[in-house]
Ligand binder design. Structure first.
Ligand code: HEC
Length: 216
């Protein structure tokens, strides 16, 4: 009997020690000043904003910092236009070619092959078909056109905008022109650009038409 009373006392004591604290709700805040932010929280809901959304779409014509708008259309006509008139804003230098060569090995060689002959590993294993050689005379591979396909992709080839920045795409394009010259047994793009060759694709202008200066 005594044992039973002891057990009952023990149960009552332990139950009474458990408080009714609800850990799903915030506890009592003593000096709450520092808990809630004064500013608007990112993605927060506030009546003052349209749709009560703190996160709003940027105003029209807003350009992100460091982003250069690309004005050629993603179409065959856009590609032809880029081939005809788009010039690199960067000079052909040994340094740019070296960087371009490295990036080409990372992003392009799997399909196009180290030499640009269209015999990359994915081509020889027939994972991707229709990969051209840069020397294909029917293609008219020039700097502006290469930059265009790097930007938008072309059919089975994807865009490289998310992996590379603007300068890197021009550096890769320079290397592709070098590969094309080598395939054709011609001197490299560095020599031809130094010699002031008038071949459109190798003339390098310092200013690109339509380039926004937002990145400066
Ligand atoms: C997944 C395989 C693949 C990869 C990777 C790839 N390409 Fe291509 N590329 C293709 C295919 C396929 C075509 C032919 C597209 C067509 O004409 O339908 C092509 C076409 C081209 C052309 C010819 C465009 C023209 O004017 O006809 C160029 C230049 C080119 N690629 C450059 C590059 C560069 C530079 C890279 C790396 C940044 C790259 N490619 C990565 C598959 C690839």
């Amino acid at each position: 009997m005594k044992k039973l009373i002891n057990i009952v006392i023990a149960i009552v004591a332990s139950v009474s020690m458990v408080s009714c604290f609800n850990n799903k709700k915030p506890n009592y805040q003593y000096f709450p000043n520092m808990y809630a932010p004064v500013g608007y929280e990112t993605y927060g809901e506030y009546g003052i904003f349209p749709d009560q959304q703190e996160a709003m779409t940027p105003p029209e014509h807003t350009v992100p910092r460091g982003f250069t708008p690309y004005e050629y259309e993603n179409s065959i006509a856009g590609l032809e236009l880029a081939k005809a008139e788009l010039k690199s804003p960067y000079e052909v230098t040994e340094e740019n070619l070296a960087v371009g060569s490295q990036l080409f090995a990372i992003y392009c060689a799997v399909c196009h092959g180290d030499k640009g002959d269209g015999k990359g590993i994915l081509a020889t294993r027939e994972k991707f078909l229709g990969i051209p050689s840069y020397a294909d005379p029917g293609r008219n591979i020039v700097l502006g056109g290469i930059y265009h396909v790097e930007t938008y992709g072309l059919n089975a080839m994807g865009s490289y905008v998310s992996q590379t920045n603007e300068k890197e795409r021009w550096q890769i394009a320079m290397h592709v022109m070098d590969l094309k010259a080598a395939l054709n047994g011609e001197p490299g793009i560095l020599e031809t650009s130094k010699a002031g060759a008038t071949v459109d694709s190798t003339v390098v202008e310092t200013k690109m038409a339509g380039t926004n200066t937002a990145s400066k």
